[in-house]
Design a protein around this ligand. Structure first.
Ligand code: NAD
Length: 497
């Protein structure tokens, strides 16, 4: 770690907080307290203690933010040439890299992430701005082959005011992955970060102003889903909603957007399988499976939370996993232990509830299975990295998203059974495959119903790769050029000449 990062980590660990954190909404380029004066606390999950307060937004704040976004859309932002939009986004990427240490420490403190993961998230967010910066002036339409006396063409227009609702597990990277393409497409935005992790979205919006973004093109309203998120989705001045979060809330968001016929993009939950065939490179597969479930303490929509493994190597593979898991350290994210905390007390209860239920049903706990604390302070919201072995396909821990460091193991006897098990949940976000047999890998990639398939490296790829769900994992695509089109609408123009 560099000296600047060390100093920030030290300040956060010593004082339990950080100086000069943002604590107000950012609307029309200015900071505002909540119209009704409400404030909320945000917590350090590694200690389980509050460390800052911020504005608790309501419908009045949302309305001001949507008006500011609409004014920017009609004004300077709409008139700006795409190449200039691109320069602003490129400057934002550079500024984010220059301020990466502070962003990473704030993110680690607020979300409970390991500092090295938070650094990766900030670098990924900068990369998203860089990627979409280069795309602003490449949004070209088509010329349409009509009869001789007609001229037809399409234009990619911005969708309008985009409401971006973000969950707590990847605050800055999820914000960047929807905000960067929205701005690149020429939309203006109102971001509603999760109430558990409001800080880096506010910092990012300030940074965008510094990069030259016109006031009002990006607004942030903080607060709860009920008081700030719901009025945003239902606001008639919103043209597009990107919602990233749970299935239950996503269904409500879709319903709330319906009366205004507002378009929605839903990035919801997952229960993603990692299918390991007997011919795999065992070392790579073991590391891949561990990273797929224990990164961010399993709080990843696309976590590989189900190991689907060939009967022939099941026992040996699980033994190796268990050996590696026993050696993992659990502790505060700022000390960069192998596994950090879960984000909230409520989430810890949920994870523990799933595992307790599995134990009551007689499921075998191969390793872990209990709550934990930070060894330095005896505090925090931690759960041991856990493996539940040989679980039947209809068990709730296989069917439902736990969103914690809990891996379930399912055993197959044939490749057809592997595909059936992989497909046997209501979700379809991601699937991983480990094998050395090219044709089996691609047959499985064809047969598994998921938005993305990773072969021999889980989480392979970056911002260039379109991402989204099938089934109850949602619809619409983010990332890649697909992600840019998600913030556009196509206008067709036909002239008789
Ligand atoms: P959540 O649905 O409770 O909250 C997500 C966001 O929605 C928060 O900002 C919240 O304040 C807001 N919200 C809550 N109620 C709302 C309402 N009625 N109207 C509008 N906004 C509302 O989800 P969570 O528990 O914060 O996040 C975890 C879930 O998110 C998991 O299911 C996870 O899989 C999913 N997720 C999906 C992806 C993906 O890309 N598919 C990425 C990250 C997380």
């Amino acid at each position: 770690m560099g000296a600047a990062l060390d100093a920030l980590v030290d300040e956060a660990l010593r004082t339990g907080a950080l100086a000069a954190l943002p604590d107000k909404h950012l609307i029309g380029g200015k900071q505002f307290p909540s119209a009704r004066g409400g404030r909320m606390e945000t917590f350090d999950p590694g200690r389980g203690e509050s460390f800052a307060t911020f504005a608790a937004g309501t419908a009045e704040d949302v309305d001001a933010a949507v008006r500011a976004a609409r004014a920017a859309l009609k004004g300077p932002w709409r008139r700006m040439p795409p190449a200039e939009r691109g320069r602003i986004l490129a400057r934002a990427a550079a500024l984010l890299r220059a301020q990466a240490d502070r962003f990473a420490v704030v993110e680690a403190l607020d979300a409970g992430k390991r500092i090295s993961e938070a650094q990766g998230d900030v670098a990924g967010a900068a990369r998203a701005f860089e990627y979409y910066a280069g795309a602003c002036d490449k949004l070209q339409g088509d010329s349409l082959p009509l009869a001789r006396d007609y001229l037809g063409y399409t234009v990619w227009e911005p969708a309008g005011v985009a409401a971006l609702i973000v969950p707590w597990n990847y605050p800055i990277s999820t914000t960047a992955r929807c905000l960067a393409p929205a701005l690149a497409a020429g939309c203006s935005a109102v971001v509603k970060p999760a109430e558990q992790t409001p800080l880096t979205a506010l910092m990012l919006a300030e940074l965008l102003l510094e990069a030259g973004l016109p006031e009002g093109a990006c607004n942030v309203v903080t607060g709860t889903g009920r008081d700030a998120g719901a009025p945003l989705v239902a606001h008639p001045g919103v043209d597009h909603v990107t919602f990233t979060g749970s299935v239950a809330t996503g269904i409500g968001v879709m319903q709330a957007a319906a009366p205004n016929v507002t378009r929605v993009l839903l990035e919801l939950g997952g229960k993603s399988p990692v299918v390991v065939l007997a011919d795999c490179d065992m070392d790579k597969a073991v590391e891949g499976v561990l990273g797929a479930i224990y990164e961010n303490a399993g709080q990843i929509c696309s976590a590989g939370s189900r190991l689907v493994i060939d009967r022939g190597i099941h026992q040996a593979f699980v033994e190796r996993l268990v050996g590696r898991v026993r050696a993992m350290t659990v502790g505060h994210g700022l000390r960069d232990a192998d596994v950090g905390p879960v984000n909230s007390k409520r989430q810890l209860e949920r994870v523990a509830g799933f595992v307790d239920g599995a134990k009551e049903r007689g499921r075998r706990v191969a390793v872990g299975g209990a709550r934990a604390v930070d060894p330095e302070t005896g505090k925090g919201w931690f759960f041991q990295p856990t493996i539940l072995d040989d679980v039947p396909a209809d068990d709730p821990v296989v069917q439902e998203e736990i969103f914690g460091p809990v891996l379930t193991v399912q055993v197959f006897g044939s490749i057809e059974e592997a595909a059936a098990l992989a497909n046997g949940t209501p979700y379809g976000l991601v699937a991983g495959i480990y094998s050395r047999d090219l044709s089996k890998e691609h047959a499985l990639a064809r047969d598994i119903d998921a938005g993305q398939v990773y072969i021999n490296e889980y989480f392979a790829g970056g911002i260039e790769v379109p991402f989204g769900g099938t089934k109850r994992s949602g619809f619409g695509r983010e990332k890649g050029l697909e992600g840019l089109r998600s913030y556009c609408r196509v206008k067709s123009v036909v002239a008789r000449i």
